[in-house]
Design a protein around this ligand. Structure first.
Ligand SMILES: *Cc1c(COP(=O)(O)O)cnc(C)c1O
Length: 382
């Protein structure tokens, strides 16, 4: 068998006629930058996320940067965040000259450990930025209880979590600004780069809309120094075809996760493979299905590659140890849970179109790895 980590072909092929018609509509109107399709998509996304405003932009990375810019974050300011995420979470802070202050993760959920946040708040703290990693919300109720006390805005990095919920509230609706990505591997993926931001605040929405067009509300009159960061018409049109399917795709990912649990439960590998935990009262959208494999992660991965199973590591180097952030002064051992996770986590295929046999094959292959190593260590050497 050959099971890639992600296969976009089936999804895109099944929608090809609708996608081609949507692209044709953009060609007919020549609205290539923002335009009618993007405006419609923004309304649909606001509705989907349960917020007043959704604002398209050029990528998830830009969404994070624009969110920081709304609060005039810059030199001398601190933003509390997690070191166990995609690079853009932290580059959005450092690009503006501000300093990321890292808080370690909860080893169960891989999200920021909210209990450790308060100790890191100073009078320079300008924002707190949790990440809803792999498609599961950070503990927003507890986080918001802290930030409300201090009056510090929260920016959600919800790039992996469109449609994820905590107690019935959706990702992006639980903070000042939510930031999302349409990178093709996300649950709602475009055919190129794209992203959007959410907010319930009219003034923040107004400023975000200006910041994505060089800080101008009216053309050639610049209130702020913004970016050129717009969603294009082709992406808007494609995403409008895909959005109505998003919930069924995320539900299929969840069903695949349940099947993995059922099959792993029959293998007696509970010590060797730690499955992802699901917070109660929350909807996990499984952008990734990430297991923890202590000690032998890399050799299991090599074995799976040989057997035709695609995997990946999100993320092999925590951000506080990246070469470009060494100036911040962190050293190995400073954020131990993030460092252990970086050494032990492995993402398995979870995309919606996977069939029962394919998931079975992944689980069987992992079992075989452990059977072989047990046999090898039991056989007499020499
Ligand atoms: C994908 C992702 C981003 C960046 O999104 P792009 O659209 O690729 O720029 C930011 N943060 C996290 C957690 C992501 O997974």
């Amino acid at each position: 068998m050959n099971i890639p980590l992600l296969d976009l072909k089936q999804q895109n092929e099944s929608l090809r006629p609708e996608i081609e018609a949507a692209l044709g509509r953009v060609l007919d109107t020549n609205s290539f930058i923002l335009g009618g399709e993007v405006a419609e998509l923004e309304r649909e996304l606001a509705d989907y996320c349960g917020v007043k405003h959704a604002i398209g932009c050029a990528s998830g990375s830009d969404a994070l940067l624009l969110a920081m810019m709304v609060f005039d974050i810059g030199s001398g300011d601190e933003v509390i965040t997690t070191p166990y995420s995609f690079f853009a979470t932290v580059s959005a802070i450092t690009r503006l000259g501000a300093t990321p202050v890292f808080v370690d993760i909860d080893p169960e959920t891989y999200n920021i450990d909210v209990d450790q946040i308060e100790a890191k708040i100073t009078d320079r703290t300008k924002a707190i930025q949790p990440v809803h990693l792999y498609g599961q919300c950070a503990d927003m109720a507890a986080l918001n209880a802290i930030t409300e006390k201090y009056g510090i805005p929260v920016i959600e990095d919800a790039a992996q979590a469109i449609g994820a919920e905590e107690n019935g509230r959706r990702a992006g609706a639980m903070s000042a600004v939510g930031c999302f990505s349409f990178y093709p591997s996300k649950n709602l993926g475009g055919m190129g780069d794209g992203g959007f931001m959410t907010t319930n605040d009219d003034d923040i929405a107004d400023k975000l809309r200006a910041l994505r067009v060089h800080g101008s509300r009216e053309r050639y009159y610049h209130k702020w120094v913004g970016l050129n960061s717009r969603l294009d018409g082709f992406q808007g049109a494609v995403l409008r075809v895909k959005l109505p399917h998003l919930d069924s795709w995320s539900d299929k990912r969840k069903a695949n996760a349940d099947l993995y649990r059922e099959l792993f439960a029959k293998t007696a590998l509970s010590e060797q493979i730690v499955l992802p935990s699901e917070r109660t009262g929350c909807r996990h959208i499984y952008n990734q299905f990430v297991v923890r494999i202590p000690e032998v992660r890399d050799s299991v991965r090599a074995f799976l590659t040989e057997r035709g199973v695609g995997t990946d590591i999100y993320y092999p180097v925590p951000l506080h140890l990246q070469e470009c952030f060494l100036y911040l002064g962190y050293a190995p051992g400073d954020l131990p849970e993030s460092e252990i996770a970086a050494a032990e986590t492995l993402a398995l295929p979870i995309y919606p179109e996977l069939c029962h046999e394919e998931i079975e094959y992944v689980v069987t292959s992992i079992s075989e790895y452990f059977e072989q190593t047990v046999l090898e260590s039991a056989s007499p050497k020499g």
